[in-house]
Design a protein around this ligand. Structure first.
Ligand code: NAP
Length: 281
């Protein structure tokens, strides 16, 4: 039992984020779900309260594609909450065509990496003051196909879905390892994971519903959202990993990530470039 530790989870309105939130509430955690859309967020909040038979939850709004929205959210969060025991950076998008955010960044890189990079850094003082604390970054096995294209991070040339998604998911792992190093001996662990192939809303267009048919055809072969969320919940709660940091997990076990993901120079360079892109430095 957790004595109502506070968890913040991004992407809590759907898929694995919603399933993890429900399970964490069932285990006695107080869960703040972060959602970009009020209606979807409120619907998810009502459902997870009913599923978990717990009222230990809050909904806060933030669009991770917008740096202004992230900064606004963090100041609202700090007004309302004085501690944060677990941060789960789970939200993610995968997009067949290239989109740009209002900040001028390619959308998958902006949401999957830069948004979480900024959010985590802005919350870091609160997290450190709440130690022992945990940060969990949801990556993907797709990171293995990834490279960091410093000459064209926003993929203006030759955009494709795999190139963009795998770059953003490799960035999640490089960020995890670098942050784990920076927080060594500070009472904050940082781990990352691949959830497996999971039947969620991933890849489904929220406006047109495009992608629903493919997802429903694949459903019998994929994990359920709750199964997919189980490694995230394990990393957030288990005593077995309370002192483990800087690791990549699959099915609740640490496994090696790609060779490139262990390149410390690459991680440092990505950190510096990301800091500039989100105006932290
Ligand atoms: N599904 C898989 O097979 C699989 C495999 C490997 C890794 N992953 C990773 O698992 C994580 C969770 O994905 P999922 O499969 O559960 O997908 P999902 O069902 O599509 O859920 C994604 C969540 O991210 C939120 N989100 C998207 N863009 C956002 C933004 N700009 N601001 C704030 N929130 C935003 C969505 O909000 P809305 O509800 O408003 O859309 C939704 O809550 C992702 O990081 C993904 O890369 C998934």
């Amino acid at each position: 039992m957790s004595e109502n530790k506070i968890v913040l989870i991004t992407g809590g309105s759907a898929g694995m984020g919603k399933a993890a939130a429900s399970e964490l509430m069932r285990l006695g955690y107080f869960v703040i779900i972060l959602a970009r859309n009020k209606e979807r967020g409120e619907k998810a909040l009502a459902e997870i309260k009913s599923e978990s038979k717990s009222n230990l939850a809050d909904l806060m709004l933030c669009d991770l594609a917008s740096q202004a929205s992230i900064r606004r959210f963090v100041s609202q969060f700090k007004e309302k909450y004085k501690r944060l025991d677990v941060l789960i950076n789970n939200a993610g998008v995968i997009l067949p065509s290239r989109h740009e955010t209002n900040d001028g960044f390619e959308l998958q890189f902006a949401v999957n990496h830069l948004g979480h990079f900024l959010l985590t850094n802005l919350l870091l003082d609160t997290i450190k003051n709440s130690s022992p604390a945990r940060i969990i970054n949801v990556s993907s096995g797709a990171h293995k196909a990834g490279k960091i294209h410093f000459d064209d991070l926003n993929l203006k040339k030759n955009y494709n879905l795999i190139k963009s998604y795998s770059q953003s998911k490799l960035a999640n792992i490089l960020f995890t390892y670098e942050l784990a190093d920076r927080l060594k001996d500070r009472g904050v662990t940082v781990n990352t994971l691949h959830p497996g192939a999971v039947a969620t809303q991933m890849g489904i267009n929220r406006t047109t519903g495009f992608g629903t048919l493919i997802t429903s055809m694949l459903k019998p072969f994929f994990k359920s959202p709750a199964e997919g969320a189980s490694t995230t919940v394990y990393l957030a709660t288990s005593n077995e990993v309370q002192n483990i940091t800087g690791k990549y997990f699959y099915n609740k076990k640490p496994i090696p990530s790609s060779k490139l993901s262990y390149d410390k120079e690459l991680a440092k360079r990505l950190w510096q470039v990301s800091e500039k892109m989100v105006h932290l430095s």
